[in-house]
Design a protein around this ligand. Structure first.
Ligand SMILES: NC(=O)c1ccc[n+]([C@@H]2O[C@H](COP(=O)([O-])OP(=O)(O)OC[C@H]3O[C@@H](n4cnc5c(N)ncnc54)[C@H](OP(=O)(O)O)[C@@H]3O)[C@@H](O)[C@H]2O)c1
Length: 279
């Protein structure tokens, strides 16, 4: 099969499209025919202790085969997922994935749009609700509101009944009630929760009753790493099919243009996710 592999540390220039063996199924796994795989800024820094590595940890596709002990999914199911970070990702024609993380893909979306949801949707859900304990009627400041995670966080926070303030030029376009730029957000009235996807100076200048960051660790802020979660993906698909949540796809690239895709995901000014269309 064709697969994108990171051969050595060094970012997009270290990616190659290669012919590799289709992965063999282990107990508990499903082999998924990958239709689309989305990518995340900075992710090429994650697997550098296990190179060469296939990047991208979220996909939409169709189950091609299952191990004998798998009952969660069957051949032909259309699925989407966030996949574990400690093994090869899904920027390839096939991926072997623990069946327990696969959820039925949203019916209202095609594979490219579905692939744009798992990382952003689960990170936003876990950041706002599990770690941030956001409640209806509270005020939340979302940094990087138009970005990959931010644009989904804005929609989920609004659905939950929060008042949403976003930083980023595109914050209002993705649904924030109020928008500020990074230079002036300190003028925002006190908030119950800051959900930070930017880090650095923006995070260190932030104040709120609770601060949650996915970008970096910082004193006074809760940092967490998103975890695959089938039940939360089922709920996200329900919100999508009800018309409550809509992913934004910034740009689509074919698998052979993975270097250009990773250059794009590293650039500021994106609106939503960058997706590799595999099939
Ligand atoms: N801890 C976790 O579990 C977890 C999960 C997902 C992602 N992440 C990390 O969280 C960060 C945000 O993820 P994301 O998918 O939302 O990424 P993103 O869309 O690239 O970033 C969010 C926003 O950050 C701003 N930004 C700040 N510095 C930037 C730079 N050097 N390049 C591009 N944009 C920059 C951009 O806002 P403007 O366009 O307004 O400038 C962008 O929209 C990434 O570092 C990612 O690796 C962590």
């Amino acid at each position: 099969m064709r697969a994108v592999r990171l051969l050595h540390p060094g970012g997009p220039g270290a990616l190659e499209l290669q012919e590799v063996d289709v992965p063999l199924l282990q107990d508990g796994e499903a082999l998924v025919l990958v239709y689309a795989a989305a990518i995340t800024r900075d992710e090429l820094d994650w697997p550098i202790d296990r190179l060469p590595a296939i990047p991208s940890y979220e996909l939409s596709g169709v189950v091609e085969a299952v191990a004998a002990d798998v009952n969660d999914v069957t051949v032909g199911d259309e699925v989407y997922a966030l996949t574990p970070f400690d093994r090869d990702g899904v920027a390839a024609e096939y991926a072997a994935i623990p069946a327990g993380v696969l959820a039925p893909k949203p019916e209202a979306l095609d594979h490219v749009e579905s692939a744009a949801i798992p990382m952003a949707g689960l990170t936003a859900w876990q950041g706002l609700f599990d770690h941030g304990e956001l409640e209806a009627g509270q005020r939340v400041l979302i940094h990087g509101a138009a970005g990959g995670v931010g644009h989904v966080a804005v929609q989920l926070a609004r659905w939950h009944g929060a008042h949403v303030i976003g930083t980023s030029s595109g914050a209002r376009a993705v649904g924030a009630h109020e928008a500020f730029d990074y230079a002036s957000f300190e003028a925002v009235e006190p908030v119950d929760l800051v959900f930070d996807t930017v880090g650095g100076d923006v995070l260190s200048r932030s104040t709120g009753r609770r601060i949650v960051s996915i970008a970096e660790e910082h004193p006074g802020a809760t940092y967490f790493v998103v975890e695959p979660n089938r039940g939360q993906l089922v709920e996200l698909a329900r919100l999508i099919d009800a018309g409550t949540l809509r992913p934004a796809v910034d740009k689509i690239f074919p698998l052979e243009d993975a270097r250009a895709a990773f250059d794009r995901v590293a650039a500021p000014g994106k609106r939503g996710k960058v997706v590799l269309k595999v099939r």
